[in-house]
Write a new protein. Structure first.
Length: 323
């Protein structure tokens, strides 16, 4: 009799015959389960080894692409940082240009970019992208602000010639027939005999010496003891535009009237000793944007370095003013 495949036989010694082993369904099921568990175990081991110790061609390509992207991202991030430094340097130079040349403050426009990154998923790559994007947004805002500033500088530069004609820039009387007697700062008042803020400079000169407008402008005050100028005597005040004003006090006589336009070098009055004054002189003030500044810093036309140094040193002395 032919044997069937997978059939198992044994020798029965009692009857000396070969008999077929009868395998129950339960036994067959358990045997199959053992094979299945062993197969699953070896498959799991093979999968673990392949995942942790071997890379597929796709994974290898993704890893290479990620490394290249990471390198490029770092390069772009560093470039953004460098551009931020450049823009910061331009801002500093721009601010200095405004203050030194135009004596103004640069404009501060509002930010125009306010991006929303809430849709980005919270992970390392997203955070890196958000940080760089915020840097780019800030850079764009800074460049926008700088473009506005440059436009204003261009407008100011076009006005530079007119501005230079208006800035109070000369000595208010003939320097050969006068002397600096008291400077800007705290000085002893000749009448009240106390240390007070002296908001201008006193230049002593003979009675009747002409007083000149130190820059182009329009006369806003020309009167004797006008309201708000107690003790100043006969006063002339000129609005030069661009935030500049000049004032001439204790004059003996006026040569201009309110509303009159004057040019640098025009006579606005004559030296005297009116008001709270102890001698013949002109009290000269310079205001920038409504604030008193040291007039000595604005003597830079028709005066030599030696003459300026002498005036500057004399103006620093803490002495008694003439008014």
């Amino acid at each position: 009799m032919a044997k069937k495949k997978n059939e198992i036989y044994y020798l029965d010694t009692a009857s000396l015959s070969v008999k077929k082993v009868r395998v129950s369904f339960r036994q067959r099921l358990l045997k199959g389960l053992r094979y299945f568990v062993v197969a699953v175990f070896f498959f799991g081991v093979a999968l673990f080894v392949s995942i942790n110790f071997f890379e597929s061609p796709r994974e290898r390509q993704l890893a290479e692409d990620l490394a290249v992207a990471h390198t490029q991202y770092n390069y772009l991030s560093n470039r953004v940082d460098e551009l931020e430094k450049v823009v910061t340097d331009v801002h500093t130079r721009d601010r200095d240009l405004y203050r030194m040349i135009f004596e103004a403050e640069p404009p501060v426009p509002k930010a125009i970019l306010r991006q929303n990154y809430s849709n980005f998923k919270e992970n390392t790559i997203a955070r890196a992208i958000i940080r760089t994007s915020e840097k780019v947004d800030k850079l764009a805002n800074d460049l926008y602000a700088q473009s506005i500033s440059m436009d204003q500088i261009y407008d100011l530069a076009k006005q530079k010639e007119e501005r230079m004609r208006c800035v109070p820039a000369i000595y208010p009387i003939n320097k050969n027939s006068s002397r600096m007697s008291s400077g800007f700062g705290y000085r002893f008042h000749p009448i009240y005999k106390s240390l007070r803020m002296h908001t201008g400079v006193d230049i002593a000169a003979p009675h009747g010496t002409p007083i000149y407008a130190t820059g182009n402008g329009r006369v806003t005050v020309a009167d004797r003891s006008p309201l708000g100028y107690s003790g100043y005597g006969i006063v002339c005040k000129i609005d030069h535009g661009f935030g500049y004003e000049s004032l001439y006090a204790h004059m003996s006589k006026l040569a201009v009237r309110p509303g009159q336009k004057v040019k640098r070098g025009d006579i606005v009055g004559y030296v005297g000793s009116t008001g709270a004054s102890s001698g013949s002189h002109v009290h000269y003030e310079v205001l920038v944007n409504g604030k008193h500044v040291n007039p000595v810093y604005y003597f830079f036309i028709d005066i030599s370095p030696e003459e300026y140094l002498e005036i500057f040193e004399k103006a620093k002395e803490v002495n008694q003013s003439l008014s």
